[in-house]
Design a protein around this ligand. Structure first.
Ligand code: NAD
Length: 406
């Protein structure tokens, strides 16, 4: 298959790298974003997000004329929807961006076009969009190819993984699946696995729910071990000596825009059936609350013993080690709770991956540790691994940075 032109709706962390990759394979891509600043930056051959090698890919694609950006779509042969799918109040998925993006291209569709959703979506979204399209354009019924293909790249390695990761591709019918596979085979070197749209949608949700459930198991063990006076890190290390056991590490909760979000897309639609998935979300959220309560107790004990308020070093704000991303970060939540009942001058927040923050006043690692009575490790950043902490200080290590042999 040789697609003459592609419209990519949504030029963010996933849409822009994908648009650049497709364009650099000699296919004309018209990128669309509702944010005019994003459009302007891309048309200047520059990028608005941080991702290794993306700047080069976009500069090349734009200078060769294969990638253009605009705030509105044009007629093309394939349409890719890569817009956000956040959740609303009550943890229900919000597919309004997918609906808006679809609505914008409906007037442009013609017989034989390919429509693909890549946004992480609740089960049935692709079929729902198919019904929406055909209700507006009944003359095109069964004359379009409609498919779902989730993205599973790791930020920081997107340009490599876009090409080499396996992809799961599910059409609303067999012909749609084949057409979508032919499309991706132009620029993906990983294996392309075919299925139907509903299975492909659920596959993405399953991948992240699986991780969330496994982390919840480790977090549950950490709560039990705390009460039972057992070192959970040692316990897991020993249990993992079993040839068929592989327990993950506990932490201060689960964050980020995928693992902490996607399981809700299952729970919202299948609440009775998704007992473990729902409970895992609760356990991982509770773990953050529990960590904040532990810090409060340690502060109270200190005050009773020493007759003055304890100063606290909060080590890490990011949602995982060695990144600067604070989205849905449990460490950020815990820091906010600790700050609520502390004076500014008795709380030192450390995040070595961020220079400045609008809300949090940041303190360098050594200074914070030096000034604190209680040192709370929330994220296992490399900078924290080799710290020598004076024995007089109280240490709460919720991420195992001092306990794991990293
Ligand atoms: N970022 C990741 O690592 C990752 C990984 C796998 C899957 N996903 C999924 O991919 C999808 C996109 O995520 P992202 O991280 O690229 O989001 P993002 O927020 O970085 O980018 C989305 C872009 O879409 C634009 N947009 C919103 N509505 C629009 C509309 N109606 N028309 C045109 N543009 C519109 C926004 O302005 C934004 O620039 C989400 O469903 C996400 O869950 C993301």
């Amino acid at each position: 298959m040789n697609n003459e032109s592609v419209v990519m709706i949504g030029l963010g962390y996933i849409g822009l790298p994908t648009a650049a990759l497709i364009a650099n394979n000699g296919i004309h891509v018209h990128g669309v974003d509702i944010n005019p600043e994003v459009v302007e930056i891309i048309n200047a051959g520059k990028i608005h997000i941080v991702e290794p090698s993306l700047d080069e890919a976009v500069a090349t694609a734009v200078s060769k004329g294969f990638l253009k950006a605009a705030t509105t779509p044009i007629v093309a042969d394939a349409y890719l929807i890569v817009v956000p799918t956040p959740f609303k109040a009550k943890n229900e998925p919000d597919i309004s961006f997918v609906e808006a993006a679809t609505k914008a291209i409906i007037p442009l569709l013609k017989e034989g076009d390919l429509y693909i959703i890549e946004s992480t979506s609740p089960i049935g979204t692709t079929e729902k969009m198919m019904r929406f399209i055909y209700s507006e354009r009944p003359e095109l019924r069964d004359k379009l190819y409609i498919a779902y293909c989730p993205e599973r790249v790791l930020p920081g390695n997107v340009m490599h993984e876009l090409v080499y990761n396996d992809r799961v591709i599910g059409g609303v019918d067999d012909l749609s699946t084949q057409k979508a596979i032919a499309f991706y085979s132009q620029f993906v070197k990983g294996e392309l696995h075919q299925t139907n749209a509903r299975t492909a949608e659920m596959c993405k949700l399953t991948e992240n729910s699986s991780r969330d459930v496994q982390i919840a198991f480790a977090n549950e063990l950490s709560l039990i071990c705390d009460k039972a006076d057992i070192n959970v890190w040692e316990l897991i290390r020993l249990a993992n000596k079993h040839p068929r056991v592989n327990i993950l590490q506990p932490g201060c909760g689960v964050g980020g825009h995928c693992i902490a979000v996607d399981p809700y897309f299952i729970v919202a639609d299948y609440p009775l059936e998704s007992q473990i998935i729902g409970k895992a979300r609760e356990i991982n959220n509770y773990k953050s609350f529990w960590c904040a309560e532990k810090v409060k107790s340690a502060k109270l004990e200190f005050q009773l013993k020493h007759g003055r308020k304890a100063s606290v070093a909060i080590m890490g704000l990011a949602f995982k080690p060695n990144i600067d991303d604070l989205r849905e970060s449990p460490a950020k939540y815990i820091a906010q709770r600790i700050l609520q009942d502390s004076h500014d001058d008795s709380c030192f927040i450390v995040e070595p991956n961020i220079q400045d923050h609008k809300v949090f006043k940041l303190t360098p690692v050594d200074e914070a540790v030096d000034k604190a009575d209680i040192v709370v490790f929330l994220v296992a950043h490399n900078e924290f691994k080799k710290l020598n902490i004076d024995e007089s200080k109280i240490v709460l290590d919720f991420c195992g940075v001092l306990n794991l042999n990293n």
